[in-house]
Design a protein around this ligand. Structure first.
Ligand SMILES: NC(=O)c1ccc[n+]([C@@H]2O[C@H](COP(=O)([O-])OP(=O)(O)OC[C@H]3O[C@@H](n4cnc5c(N)ncnc54)[C@H](O)[C@@H]3O)[C@@H](O)[C@H]2O)c1
Length: 334
């Protein structure tokens, strides 16, 4: 089949593009490279079944032309990252809402299935875990820009479900903290790559708040398996949690990464307000209920955290031009 992957040069998208090509599909990657990297898709640039288009989902004519030529769309393009929300909320909202509207409208009109990448952030600070797909969303006030991403994605979901009511074929996936190779250690990335880079460079691992907040981290290969299953299965108009139920506190995660990298880094605690300014809100726990995902997407075998971390650390070592010498002391850079 022919698939369009928006955001295909990004962290998750590039893994998806590779997997779809391995499965024998034809794939077009659409990415404006605002956060994606050309080198993430370099290995498939000469693949006979792959086409790369550098462009934006904000370009209505371009997206419509591309969608018309494909059987289905994986819509992953978005601006994300808590730091981006706080620093550039307008960009987050406009890119994620207006761009997604273009994709959904064209898929609806042209009768193409869309799998939309949403986020566990939409549950906000609901304290009642685990989250089922129909759990309440509990968000803070609009003055707190942190909620702009969750709100934009929730509006995207509403629009997707509204089009679905009128006939669009769709599935909505709420990803829970995805990690793996190609998730970079930039300030806009998740905590795992930031900790790994800091540990490998013997810089302090900075933990916000008291470090007792927990997350369920999901290895990227598991996320890709579910994402493809959502396109292939009968999912119409359904929302799925994509994650694991293995919970770890951020403090424990810091210790584990420190140990796995053989790092001498210090672990330091700083208040949220020092990182994100006054009024920042975070959620203490975020755990998915996976009943629907297990049943419909047949997702039962999550990658254990240690296995995923090992592969991710290995990727960072290679990116840094270092190698795993089989010893726990991976490196001697200062
Ligand atoms: N990484 C996670 O833990 C996580 C968690 C929840 C949801 N998600 C969702 O998964 C999707 C992929 O996230 P990711 O972690 O791979 O992030 P990413 O930033 O690596 O990938 C997003 C890609 O979209 C591209 N992009 C952004 N705006 C664009 C535009 N206007 N036109 C074309 N391309 C554009 C970027 O260049 C980037 O390559 C996003 O929709 C994100 O909201 C990710």
């Amino acid at each position: 089949m022919k698939f369009l992957v928006t955001g295909g040069a990004g962290f998750i998208g590039s893994h998806l593009v590779e997997k779809l090509l391995q499965l024998g599909h034809e794939v077009t990657t659409l990415d404006d490279l605002s956060n994606g990297r050309y080198n993430y898709i370099q290995s498939v640039m000469k693949h006979p079944n792959h086409t790369f288009v550098c462009g934006s989902i904000m370009d209505e004519a371009l997206t419509d032309r591309l969608i018309s030529k494909h059987d289905g769309v994986f819509h992953l393009a978005a601006m994300l990252g808590v730091k981006n929300c706080v620093e550039s909320p307008r960009k987050i909202i406009e890119n994620n809402v207006l761009g997604t509207r273009n994709i959904l409208e064209s898929c609806f009109r042209r009768n193409k299935k869309v799998v939309f990448a949403s986020t566990s952030e939409v549950y906000g600070k609901n304290p009642q875990v685990p989250f089922r797909e129909d759990s309440d969303r509990v968000l803070g006030p609009t003055m707190i820009h942190r909620w702009s991403y969750a709100t934009a994605k929730a509006l995207d979901e509403h629009l997707c479900l509204a089009y679905t009511k009128e006939g669009l074929q769709s599935a909505i996936l709420r990803y829970f903290n995805i990690y793996g190779p190609r998730s970079e250690g930039t300030p806009y990335a998740g905590v795992i790559p930031i900790f790994i880079r800091a540990a490998l460079e013997n810089r302090p691992l900075t933990v916000y708040g008291d470090g007792r907040q927990t997350r369920c981290f999901t290895y990227v290969d598991d996320c890709i398996t579910c994402t493809i299953a959502a396109m292939e299965s009968s999912t119409n108009g359904l929302v799925f949690n994509i994650g694991t139920t293995d919970e770890i506190s951020i403090m424990d995660l810091a210790h584990r990464i420190k140990r796995m990298t053989g790092s001498d880094s210090e672990i330091v605690l700083i208040p949220y307000k020092e990182a994100y300014g006054e009024g920042y809100e975070d959620m203490q726990r975020r755990i998915p209920d996976l009943a629907r995902t297990n049943q419909i997407l047949k997702y039962t075998n999550a990658t254990p955290l240690d296995d995923g971390l090992r592969k991710t650390i290995q990727w960072h070592l290679e990116e840094m031009g270092l190698h795993d010498d089989g010893d726990s002391a991976y490196f001697d850079v200062t």
